[in-house]
Design a protein around this ligand. Structure first.
Ligand code: RIB
Length: 312
């Protein structure tokens, strides 16, 4: 039986909605506050699990929670959409990961992450559950667990013959050996700039700037660079060919985890035998649906919702 494995973080998201972010030394009053299950790894596992419910493709999560009251909630939320959590360890000496998230009017977010148990999910801890990757078809990685663990997971995935989809978030410069162990690396615009050691900028990239950035990462050993460009859609350059998928027109209320939804949609569609051309469009629609609702995991759409958006 085919499966998708996600190796990565689980977080408790503490989310405040507010009219605008405070400046230095300023206090502003928030509109509302919610706790949501999050973490880039768990979000991708949850989204893939929900998309693939009642199919023959199964989803597994490998990672670590802490010894706090939220740990069971984080695992149970994944189990609720059929994700197998046998690979989620407990480090009782620390707390589960936490993300403090502000959502401004219009849906833009700012996130501070405290790794907690994600930070102690080291290669030795990963090795105690890595056999769960043995029959994986796709392995999804992000950068919220230690880089050495991401590296170990990419190597193990390749040894098992799985395709590796690396979401380089939160972005940091990546060694060529890790880029070379991926099948797809999927930065958004700001992450692409960080991977290339360029100065941060809020200006959207043009398609030709994205292409130049992708070519630079291809030269460093990546096989495919799939750039997530928000309102401009997404584009791939590399061995699998060049594609540009336009964005779907939706009203964003919360952009948290849009990138996670995209990667889960991509993997879910590829695991079901779709070509990259159609899987990329499915991934754009998954991300578009996710930004129309609040929260990370609660916002992830069903397959039926994604397909309905694709028909519009
Ligand atoms: O990608 C969104 C996620 O980033 C949030 O759920 C938060 O936990 C942070 O890790």
């Amino acid at each position: 039986m085919k499966h998708i494995a996600v190796v990565g973080s689980l977080n408790v998201d503490s989310v405040v909605g507010l009219a605008r972010f405070p400046g230095p030394g300023e206090t502003v009053v928030g509109r509302d506050h919610n706790l949501f299950p999050g973490g880039k790894g768990a979000n991708q596992a949850f989204a893939a699990g929900r998309l693939l419910m009642n199919t023959d493709v199964h989803v597994r999560m490998l990672g670590q929670v802490g010894g706090d009251a939220h740990a069971d909630w984080l695992r149970q939320n994944l189990a609720q959409v059929g994700v197998n959590t046998d690979g989620v360890l407990v480090d009782a000496a620390v707390s589960s990961g936490v993300a403090i998230i502000g959502i401004e009017d219009g849906g833009q977010n700012r996130i501070i992450v405290v790794p907690g148990a994600n930070g102690t999910f080291n290669p030795q801890r990963f090795a105690s559950v890595h056999a769960l990757l043995d029959d994986a078809a796709f392995v999804l990685l992000q950068l919220e667990v230690p880089l050495e663990t991401v590296h170990a997971a990419a190597r193990k995935a390749r040894a098992c013959g799985a395709a590796v989809i690396l979401d380089p978030a939160p972005a940091t410069a990546l060694p060529a050996s890790l880029l070379g162990a991926t099948d797809f690396v999927t930065p958004n615009e700001s992450e692409l700039r960080t991977l290339l050691n360029q100065a941060p900028s809020e200006a959207p990239l043009t398609l030709s700037q994205a292409q130049a950035g992708a070519q630079a990462l291809l030269q460093q050993g990546a096989r495919n660079v799939l750039v997530k460009m928000g309102g401009q859609g997404a584009a791939n350059w590399g061995e699998a060919g060049h594609f540009h998928w336009p964005a779907f027109d939706v009203n964003p209320v919360d952009t948290t985890a849009a990138g996670d939804a995209f990667n889960a949609g991509l993997a879910a569609a590829l695991a079901q035998g779709q070509t990259l051309a159609t899987a990329g469009r499915f991934a754009c629609a998954t991300a578009a649906m996710a930004v129309t609702r609040k929260g990370a995991q609660p916002a992830m759409p069903t397959r039926q919702e994604v397909e309905a958006l694709m028909r519009t």
